[in-house]
Design a protein around this ligand. Structure first.
Ligand code: ARG
Length: 558
């Protein structure tokens, strides 16, 4: 039962569509204003009537039924009061029948590709990767929950002249054992040294170019080294993915498209889209107010955009996606606009299904600015570990009686959760200054706060003696009803987070549930009241489920 839609169906107002009215209905902020409210201000101009007149007309023509008990007008607002008993009854029936509104939806035959994290081989996995990894990973879970077939793609940056440089540096100054043990850090050191020495020795660049050509031609030694660098990178990165609980179905990266470039060039030629500019081949995009999209360098080598064109075509062919997302920082806005426009010019009717999901930059509060070349990096694994260490100290203080092992497990869930939640909880386009203190504030709008509220529910339930069963009549008071109304929005909120590619909407909602529940907890005795206990168990489930869609675990104690 969707109450909002039910109300809109019954509203009689000429000149506005169902969806227009629906989008104006809001949940009332105070109980005295009913449960749902329709502000009439935006209709006034078109209807040439005052909002108050419109609101009264809607009220007069509205027939009450077993779901809507009362309608009132205050200023230009129409306030709708639900019939509480029927609302609670339908909520509990659905919940008991199929776990709604928290249960995963059944498969819907739609496929969504999500390109996220997409790291560069032999480069540090740093705090700048936090947002793409967390947002992409969360969208992966959210869309799966909604019944989509999701394909998580890590479009590895494993192609480019830098790998020639790395081979050159390794052969000159590298040491097998050192690199084996040092991993990406050792490779970064070699890379930095290459740039230092190349300032004085021009022959180094030529040597690097030669090694890069070797990779392109599949030379055995070059490929072995390159694959080894790749393995070392993946080994480190996978550890972080595991901690974050993110998964990928494909690691087809830039190198994978090396031999899939010809079809791109062929279509571009067929459609007469390639022009020559300073020896390079480009797609002119002037009529769209964009610089040209670079396709082939003067030496015939492909570019980042060429590989993305090939990748998009490959994904359409292989997965037949309904949507193809790229969770990539806003610095690449232009790149994706160019690539999508080019796909459109190539005549692909699926070009509009490709969507860039941009997000802001991350920095560490009080931290250094980063530069890979100069070796100034904040590693994501270090950020996670620091958060976990700090959490352990807090937990030891708050709950000294927990066993050593359990403390460590909880610290891992809470510390990592805190970092992820901070990444997911503000609107993704804003730049984020990461702060441990804010992330780990148990009373702030944080993962630990939600996790703590969840454990509060669990501890009440652990103490309860009987089987908690909810009786409709016992939950009609303002406070219980407010919680049920809030819980009933769960699937709506998850759907909106998906449509807007914005996990922060879900994050904010979980905070709202917690605030409401914690007030409830301090104002009412829950333990011993079977209906309130039952309500508490539903709150616990909503929090656990919601957190899991944000990649966060909810321990039972902390
Ligand atoms: N590896 C790229 C970078 O670090 C991001 C790749 C994003 N995905 C894509 N299909 N272009 O900037």
């Amino acid at each position: 039962m969707n109450y909002k839609q039910h109300i809109v169906k019954k509203i009689k107002m000429e000149g506005f569509s169902f969806d227009e009215i629906l989008s104006n209905i809001v949940s009332a902020s105070e109980a005295t204003h009913g449960d749902y409210s329709l502000p009439c201000f935006s209709f006034a101009k078109a209807l040439k009537k005052s909002p108050i007149v419109i609101a009264n007309e809607i009220k007069e023509s509205f027939t009450l039924d077993k779901y809507i008990q009362r309608v009132e007008v205050i200023a230009g607002y129409v306030n709708f009061f639900l019939e509480r008993k029927s609302f609670i009854e339908s909520f509990l029936t659905e919940y008991n029948k199929n776990g709604a509104p928290f249960a995963s939806l059944k498969a819907n035959n739609k496929t969504i590709c999500i390109d996220y994290s997409s790291i560069n081989i032999a480069k540090p996995f740093h705090i700048g990767h936090l947002l793409t990894t967390a947002i992409g990973g969360s969208l992966y879970r959210i869309f799966s929950h909604l019944g989509y077939t999701v394909v998580g793609i890590n479009h590895l940056g494993d192609y480019g002249t830098q790998f020639g440089k790395l081979i050159s540096a390794y052969k000159r100054w590298g040491d097998k054992k050192q690199v084996e043990e040092g991993g990406i850090t050792a490779l970064t050191t070699l890379y930095v040294r290459f740039h230092d020495e190349a300032k004085n020795d021009k022959s180094l660049e030529d040597e690097a170019r030669k090694y890069f050509l070797d990779i392109e031609n599949g030379n055995k030694e070059a490929m072995e080294l390159f694959n080894w660098f790749k393995e070392l990178t993946m080994l480190e990165v996978e550890k972080v993915y595991k901690r974050l609980g993110v998964v990928f179905d494909s690691y087809d990266g830039e190198a994978f498209y090396n031999d899939k470039m010809q079809p791109v060039i062929d279509v571009l030629n067929e459609k007469n889209l390639l022009t020559v500019s300073e020896g390079a081949k480009v797609v002119d995009l002037e009529q769209f107010d964009m610089p040209p999209c670079l396709i082939l360098k003067s030496d015939g080598a492909s570019l980042y955009a060429t590989r993305d064109l090939a990748a998009a075509m490959y994904r359409k062919n292989k997965y037949n996606f309904d949507k193809n997302l790229y969770v990539v920082a806003y610095q690449q806005n232009l790149h994706f606009k160019q690539v999508f426009q080019t796909l459109e010019l190539m005549g692909y009717d699926w070009a509009p299904d490709c969507v860039h999901v941009p997000f802001g930059m991350v920095s560490l509060e009080g931290g250094l600015s980063m530069s890979t070349r100069e070796g100034r990096v904040v590693y994501l694994s270090d950020v996670l570990q620091t958060a976990v260490d700090k959490t352990l100290t807090i937990i030891k203080e708050k709950n000294p009686t927990l066993g050593q092992e359990e403390k460590a497990l909880i610290a891992e869930k809470v510390g990592v959760g805190a970092v992820v939640f901070m990444a997911l909880s503000s609107s993704k386009i804003k730049d984020l200054v990461f702060s441990y203190d804010r992330a780990l504030n148990f009373d702030g709008e944080t993962a630990p706060y939600i996790q703590y509220t969840h454990t509060r529910c669990r501890s009440i339930l652990a103490k309860s003696s009987g089987v908690a069963t909810a009786e409709t009549d016992k939950l009609t008071d303002d406070d219980s009803f407010a919680i049920i109304k809030m819980l009933s929005k769960f699937d709506d909120i998850v759907t909106t987070s998906a449509i807007k590619y914005e996990p922060s909407i879900l994050a904010k909602y979980l905070i709202d549930i917690c605030q409401l529940f914690n007030k409830y907890y301090s104002n009412h005795k829950i333990l011993g009241d079977s209906s309130r206990e039952a309500l508490t168990s539903i709150v616990a489930l909503a929090l656990k489920k919601g957190l899991s869609l944000l990649l966060i675990d909810a321990p039972d104690r902390m």
